[in-house]
Design a protein around this ligand. Structure first.
Ligand code: WA2
Length: 283
């Protein structure tokens, strides 16, 4: 190929990649806005009403029927802040005990132990963030303390101090073990001013709404909607640490033929994401 043809090919690749990156980013942004609205809904109808107007059934139904508004999420869940002094009363009210998260990853106590793992009751902590509501696909996280898993904990702490939507790096989710990314919004007591300091925010936090993004499945669906999916290979990375990019979508790339890098902005300044595209066939 002459240099003009190569240049043309490069340009085509760049515009195809940018288009896909923009689509993904737009859908992410739409999903994110709707999660924030859901956080406000929980604040209004669960925390600001006595008795609450939301229970698990109502939440699950609402989450399911509005799922089309959050095209990149595979589910939503809501956890509440519980101080240790409130734990006994909370557990009595719920009819279950607060569970520790990573207990499922431990090998069974005995080799011959089969059947469903029994999750461990959480040991004493200063505070907990048990899930009380979840979309049906994530019902299994109800009662689990989201402060007991590293990624979820970091997200909750950062979300409540900042008041912004924050993202985890991709990690393997409970039970399904699928690769996911969680977007968290804190819910605050209603009197918190919008310009509150981080320490005021931390004090005023009462709950945490999380959207679960199944990047593998949902990017695939998105790309299938586009024509000529066949001709281009897409990879999405969390490149927060540029020396160790984490693959979020696409298979491992071994060749080093030309690729185009489109930046993705998912709204969390702490995280950096990139889409890499290449042609499937060499010219
Ligand atoms: N939701 C579903 N599966 C998970 C998970 C999670 N977190 N963590 C690990 N596997 C209630 O940010 C608050 C949801 C966390 C929100």
């Amino acid at each position: 190929m002459n240099s003009q043809a190569i240049e043309k090919r490069r340009e085509t690749l760049a515009s195809m990649c940018d288009e896909r990156a923009r689509m993904l980013q737009d859908q992410f942004n739409v999903s994110m806005n709707h999660l924030q609205a859901l956080a406000i809904l929980v604040s209004t109808f669960h925390h600001s009403k006595e008795p609450s107007a939301i229970d698990q059934m109502t939440f699950a139904r609402y989450a399911e029927t509005t799922a089309f508004e959050r095209p990149l999420t595979s589910g939503v869940a809501y956890a509440v802040k519980v101080l240790h002094s409130e734990r006994a009363e909370f557990e009595k009210q719920q009819g279950w005990t607060i569970k520790k998260m990573d207990s499922q990853d431990k090998p069974p106590a005995r080799e011959d132990e089969l059947g469903p793992e029994t999750p461990e009751t959480s040991p004493v902590q200063e505070e907990y963030a048990p899930v009380i509501f979840a979309q049906d696909t994530f019902k299994h996280v109800i009662s689990f303390d989201m402060l007991s898993g590293k990624e979820d904990r970091d997200n909750i702490l950062r979300a409540r101090a900042s008041g912004k939507g924050v993202l985890t790096a991709p990690f393997r989710l409970l039970k399904s073990k699928r690769l996911g990314v969680i977007l968290t919004y804190a819910v605050y007591k209603s009197e918190l001013p919008s310009n509150a300091t981080p320490s005021k925010r931390i004090q005023a936090a009462i709950g945490y709404l999380g959207g679960i993004f199944d990047i593998e499945a949902l990017v695939d669906k998105l790309l299938h909607q586009l024509a000529c999916k066949q001709s281009i290979i897409v990879n999405v990375y969390d490149a927060t640490d540029p020396s160790v990019p984490i693959s979020m979508y696409g298979s491992n790339v071994t060749d080093n033929i030309i690729y185009h890098n489109s930046t993705l902005n998912f709204g969390d300044p702490l995280r950096k994401h990139e889409m890499h595209c290449r042609f499937k066939h060499k010219p």
